[in-house]
Write a protein that binds this ligand. Sequence first.
Ligand code: HEM
Length: 229
Amino acid sequence: MAFSGLFLILFLTQHMTINLLSVVDSLRLNIFGAEESNLFNQAAYFMGNNPVVQFALQPVLIAGFMLHMLMAFVLQAKNAAARPDGYQYGNKARAYNWASMNMLITGGVVIGFLGLHFYDFWIPEITAKYVTGKAHIGDSPATEAILADVNRFYPELVHRMKYPWRVAIYCVSFVLLGLHLNHGFQSSFQTTGVSQGKYVAGIKKASIAFAVIVPLMFIVVALVHFFIS
Ligand code: HEM
């Protein structure tokens, strides 16, 4: 659980970095008047066409997600079996840590978000590349020419982020992702034995920083495209 969690933390960091390129593009195009800015397009094209990313890293990522979810249920079942009567709380306010007790709930919301997210981006992309050979941008009909266009990723991302309901669901999910990350980050360093002695306080601070900054940056991506792009 801990190693797959740390791996997903690495994935989120690179995903956030690439998404932030789309924010730079948006600001350059819409605020600073640049004629073109294709940072996100170049990164997305590389990630979508590099054979190592596509056929080695992507399957590892999918396996990492599956393992993480599976282990969550296995650990929950083991904990429940080990303590069938549940905990007795003397001081509920102190003992009850919402985030740590509700990893399954916050994780469940992230899985729900991923369902919508895959419907938005991943499934259309895989279908276009490996099934139909045709892609579309926004509501345009799918064509082979669009699939071959190396600059098609940014306009499609902007199109998706123009729907208020989607942006709202994304942003609420990112807040819950933050709660999930705050507990998960510390917990994975504890399980792997890194968080000991003099490192405990530092890892706790890093955990809070990561859990605030990464979801906040994802929220910035969604809002910049909604309001500015
Ligand atoms: C505003 C925030 C986000 C935006 C705009 C965004 C956008 C994208 C885009 C454009 C893709 C590429 C699809 C493709 O071409 O294959 C993608 C893939 C993906 N995203 Fe996001 N994403 C966001 C947040 C997140 C978050 C928070 C998570 C995880 C909790 C996540 C998980 C994934 C996964 C697992 C993939 C599939 C990666 C692969 O290709 O194997 N995304 N996202």
